[in-house]
Design a protein. Structure first.
Length: 95
């Protein structure tokens, strides 16, 4: 069982490189293939960008907390923010 990596950054796009580099190194340590690792890094980067853009409504000093875990071939990323929540009633599925 692997130990999770916990990371906290300010909600500013200039710190997303820290998230990308940390996650890339974490996945390399677990021998995740480069092509898959690249897609996972892109997904987490996009999720954090969306937090900054929509939840925090732009760059700010509010934290984004991340946790990465890899166990038995399963990768999990948890992302926590403290910005405004979306109205789930306004979310419509893509057709």
């Amino acid at each position: 069982m692997s130990t999770p990596i916990n990371l906290s950054i300010s909600g500013n796009t200039k710190y997303l490189c820290v998230v990308r580099d940390t996650l890339k190194n974490f996945l390399e340590c677990h021998r995740v293939p480069d092509s898959l690792a690249g897609m996972l890094v892109l997904c987490v980067d996009e999720a954090c960008s969306n937090v900054i853009k929509y939840s925090y409504e732009g760059n700010c000093d509010e934290p984004i907390e991340l946790s990465f875990h890899y166990c038995n071939g399963l990768f999990t990323a948890e992302i926590q923010d403290y910005g405004k929540q979306c109205d789930s009633k306004k979310i419509k599925p893509r057709s």
